[in-house]
Design a protein around this ligand. Structure first.
Ligand SMILES: Cc1cc2nc3c(=O)[nH]c(=O)nc-3n(C[C@H](O)[C@H](O)[C@H](O)COP(=O)(O)OP(=O)(O)OC[C@H]3O[C@@H](n4cnc5c(N)ncnc54)[C@H](O)[C@@H]3O)c2cc1C
Length: 437
């Protein structure tokens, strides 16, 4: 049997390659790093996490937690890596980013049916193939995609959050706690602000110099990932109801809820690095130092990584793709990851899992499988391939994408629990009837 080309060794491509190989297919995984780098990646490792080290909520009461559980049950490589390299993060699943990427890289390099090649793909490969080149798809391949689909890519811009060294923080002014005491208290450091401190911080943030970079005047931001200074411009209290919300946190030194709080999340297993949660920004580097050092406990903070701006490209999937991940106009050509308009590490890997399984089915002479919408995998793929094309924007998985329950539930938590139960029951049937493994 010939080799299947998978282009892009990120979250989606790594998962897809694994699913194909585990189903007995030879995979030629083409990843351009480290020979050619993207503006956000820093290593040559497969499945590198470019920003946060969090895979978000671990509980089945949120749709992201359910999606992760479904992936585990279908033999996901990305979830195996995340579970093996997990670090404390309260109710979230966070990983040591280096060990995580090394785990994925080693598994794929050692798989007898996977060959990893360092090379930039400049043209769309001949099917059977799978493209998962992500939001930072290199230029020539992007041009080839545009030519093939005759349909322009859509573009928007994302900002990434800064990371500081723990040893440069003043621990006397910070306190450790998870919101509502959920999970492990050691995971978050909190910087509490009084009303006066918040006022000064907000004014300085508004006055700070923004780096325009290569952004057009009308750059559109993804609502779920607005730069902090952009949020500040929307009103004085916007941050207090967003990333600086104090709810569920009590400062042990005052016994009271602070006026506002900045949470810092552990970023590596050793606890040497912390990221400023929700503080994605495009402030000039010097301004990031000046303004963020106004936060209590950060006066002498040294930055391991500054926040920044990046391009984010995605296809108009509602027009171009089937819910199996296959291109409407070319049988055997599959797409996955952020390039198809899912948002987030887990969602990207999940779509890689779906597309990988379905390409394997195509090769085995079976029809690609549409995951039922009752499952998180199905709900996500359904959204991406059936949203209104003119308003299509990348989306994280959420319970709003699922078909409603047939009966009323008491409250949101109960509803979430019932939706998750239904999803896992349906998934089990899918697994037994459809998959051989
Ligand atoms: C700056 C930034 C920050 C983000 N932060 C977060 C976050 O904190 N949390 C979160 O959940 N999501 C985040 N995302 C969104 C998204 O989850 C990630 O981008 C995720 O990595 C997407 O997975 P992917 O597999 O689709 O793409 P990637 O993980 O980017 O993988 C694509 C791979 O394809 C390679 N490639 C590209 N073009 C070519 C080519 N022509 N030939 C060969 N190889 C190629 C790249 O080198 C890369 O390794 C962020 C995105 C960006 C851009």
């Amino acid at each position: 049997m010939g080799e299947i080309t998978v282009v892009g060794g990120g979250l989606a491509g790594a998962e897809a390659a694994w699913q194909l190989a585990e189903r007995g297919h030879r995979v030629n995984l083409i990843e351009m790093r480290p020979a050619v780098m993207t503006p956000a990646h820093r290593t040559g490792l497969l499945a590198e996490l470019v920003c946060s080290n969090s895979f978000r909520g671990a509980s089945l009461e949120n749709a992201g937690g359910l999606l992760k559980e479904e992936m585990r049950r279908l033999g996901s490589l990305i979830m195996a890596a995340a579970d093996a390299t997990r670090i404390p993060a309260g109710g979230a699943l966070a990983v040591d980013r280096t060990r995580f990427a090394e785990f994925v890289t080693e598994r794929l390099h050692h798989h007898p049916l996977v060959r990893v090649r360092t090379e930039e793909a400049t043209e769309l490969p001949v099917p059977p193939a799978l493209i998962a080149t992500g939001p930072l798809t290199a230029g020539r391949l992007a041009a080839s995609l545009r030519a093939f689909f005759g349909h322009d890519h859509l573009h928007f811009y994302d900002a990434i959050a800064p990371v500081v060294y723990a040893e440069t923080l003043d621990m006397d002014l910070l306190f450790r706690a998870s919101r509502y005491g959920k999970g492990d208290d050691a995971a978050y450091l909190n910087s509490p602000l009084t009303e006066e401190e918040y006022d000064v911080f907000w004014r300085e943030l508004l006055a700070a110099e923004v780096r325009s970079g290569h952004l057009p005047e009308d750059a559109v931001f993804f609502e779920g990932c607005l730069p902090i200074e952009e949020m500040a411009r929307r009103g004085k209290d916007t941050l207090r109801f967003g990333p600086m919300k104090p709810v569920g946190l009590v400062d042990p030194r005052t016994g009271r809820r602070p006026y506002a709080v900045v949470q810092l999340r552990q970023d590596d297993a050793a606890g040497a690095l912390y990221n400023l949660v929700g503080f994605q920004t495009r402030l000039a580097h010097g301004e990031q130092e000046r303004v963020f050092r106004l936060l209590p406990g950060l006066a002498r903070a040294e930055f391991a990584r500054f926040g920044g701006m990046h391009r984010n490209s995605y296809l108009c999937s509602p027009v171009l793709l089937r819910p199996t991940g296959e291109a409407r106009k070319a049988a055997g050509l599959f797409f996955a990851g952020q390039l198809i308009g899912v948002e987030g590490y887990v969602e990207s890997a999940a779509s890689g899992l779906v597309a990988g399984i379905n390409l394997a089915r195509r090769l085995d002479g079976e029809e690609p499988f549409v995951f039922p919408r009752e499952t998180a995998l199905g709900a996500l793929m359904h959204y991406v391939t059936s949203a209104a094309p003119d308003r299509f924007q990348p989306m994280n998985v959420n319970f709003g994408l699922f078909p409603p329950l047939d009966f009323p539930a008491r409250g949101r938590r109960e509803k979430a629990r019932l939706l998750a139960e239904r999803a896992l029951t349906v998934l089990e049937k899918v697994r037994q009837t459809i998959f051989r493994k």
